[in-house]
Design a protein around this ligand. Structure first.
Ligand SMILES: [Zn+2]
Length: 57
């Protein structure tokens, strides 16, 4: 089975990182209107990925 969750997590992470690099509000942990959904998606996928890793132990 392809590791689709991991791929989506990595894409969400790079999207968030790319946005934050150019956005002072997001760098100050005050996500802007554009950054909020990108950050939410990254956090959701990160949580799902970590939870799955722990379930595998
Ligand atoms: Zn932003």
């Amino acid at each position: 089975m392809a590791d689709d969750l991991y791929t989506r997590y990595q894409h969400a992470h790079s999207a968030w990182r790319t946005h934050r690099e150019t956005c002072p509000a997001c760098q100050a942990n005050q996500p802007c209107a554009a950054g909020q959904p990108i950050h939410d998606r990254f956090v959701r996928l990160q949580d799902a990925y970590i939870a799955r890793q722990q379930n595998r132990r």
